[in-house]
Design a protein around this ligand. Structure first.
Ligand SMILES: [Fe+2]
Ligand SMILES: [Fe+2]
Length: 332
């Protein structure tokens, strides 16, 4: 059973009933009306998942109806399929220009109808998921930037680290959902700093041992903060371990080599490269070349040699420099 609701707008009752039966048999919920006006009335209380509409109808024709549908933001993504009697080029062209996804030529056979409907519903579902994910990632970035706002010298840190980490991950061969998880981890890596008071977070003089202790808790705090959000669970190891070092001299758990999750090893390189290259009130950032040398020198000590290799490949492809330049121009 499909479960989605399809709105049929058709004044020919025989045809309408035929379409309704074919789709109802495939598990769809059906709403049937005779013209655009009635359809809009229905839609004032209910949003269908897909619309199948005739073109010439009394009261309000299909074109006018489609125009009305596309003016409302909550309706713009509803797949809209025209039913046309003649399949005339002009009808199809007008329909497409108005934003109809597709058209079906009457008489319509069952296979053709179901294939078109299924394809459009799947596509619209994919778009919805992608939009949701984009919105989700954008809100995570806003949350993560709460730290950047307090410390203007790290402005863009979250976005740059995320961009570098994504590039390195791709160079290592990571893709799909695993890549998304690394992005989430990178966005949120320093989220635990949110609990550190300004006088410590923004201090330009060297930190006291107590202040260091506080600062060094941010990976643990950050991982704790998101532990109850199942969707972000894969980001927890990245947040908790982004200050571990390959040789075991990092924190908080002194993990060594491959015991450090790969996502964390990637974010470590991205984070360190950014920290080296940004200007601070008390010191100017290193040049990109100096930072590259430092990454190489610290291979197998601070950094995973495999990730360093990935970094060098990204460097060769000019990807690292491009990300740096993009953000320098954006932030100034
Ligand atoms: Fe950190
Ligand atoms: Fe960081």
């Amino acid at each position: 059973m499909s479960g989605e609701t399809i709105l049929i707008v058709e004044d020919n009752l025989v045809l309408r009933d035929g379409l309704r039966d074919m789709l109802a048999n495939d598990g769809y919920h059906m709403l049937c009306v005779s013209n655009g006006k009635e359809a809009l009335d229905q839609m004032s209380t209910f949003t269908p998942d897909l619309i199948l509409s005739d073109i010439s109808m009394p009261e309000m024709d299909g074109y006018e109806f489609l125009r009305a549908v596309r003016t409302r933001s909550e309706w713009v993504t509803i797949p809209f399929l025209f039913l046309t009697a003649r399949g005339e080029k002009e009808d199809i062209l007008i329909g497409k220009n108005l934003g109809a996804e597709d058209y079906l030529i009457k008489p319509i056979n069952r296979e053709e109808l179901l294939t078109a409907v299924r394809a459009r519903l799947t596509r619209s579902q994919e778009i919805k998921v992608a939009q949701l994910q984009q919105a989700y990632e954008a809100s995570l970035t806003v949350l993560a930037n709460a730290i950047d706002v307090r410390d203007p010298y790290t402005r863009g840190h979250v976005e740059r680290v995320t961009a570098y980490a994504q590039e390195l991950a791709q160079q290592v061969g990571i893709q799909g959902r695993a890549l998304e998880q690394i992005r989430f981890g990178a966005i949120l890596h320093d989220i635990g700093k949110i609990v550190i008071q300004d006088d410590v977070l923004l201090k330009s003089a060297p930190l006291t041992p107590q202040e260091w202790d506080l600062m060094m808790r941010h990976p643990i705090t950050g991982a704790e903060m998101i532990k109850d959000i199942p969707y972000l669970a894969p980001a927890i190891p990245i947040i908790r371990h982004h200050h571990e070092k390959w040789d075991g001299n990092g924190y908080p758990d002194h993990l060594k080599e491959n015991a450090i999750p790969l996502g964390a090893r990637i974010v470590t390189v991205a984070d360190s490269f950014d920290a080296m290259t940004i200007d601070r009130p008390y010191r100017k950032g290193r040049s990109l070349e100096e930072a590259r040398q430092e990454i190489i020198q610290c291979s197998a000590r601070h950094f995973d040699p495999l990730v360093v290799q990935a970094f060098l490949r990204a460097w060769e492809a000019h990807r690292i420099q491009d990300i740096f330049t993009f953000w320098r121009q954006k932030i100034g």
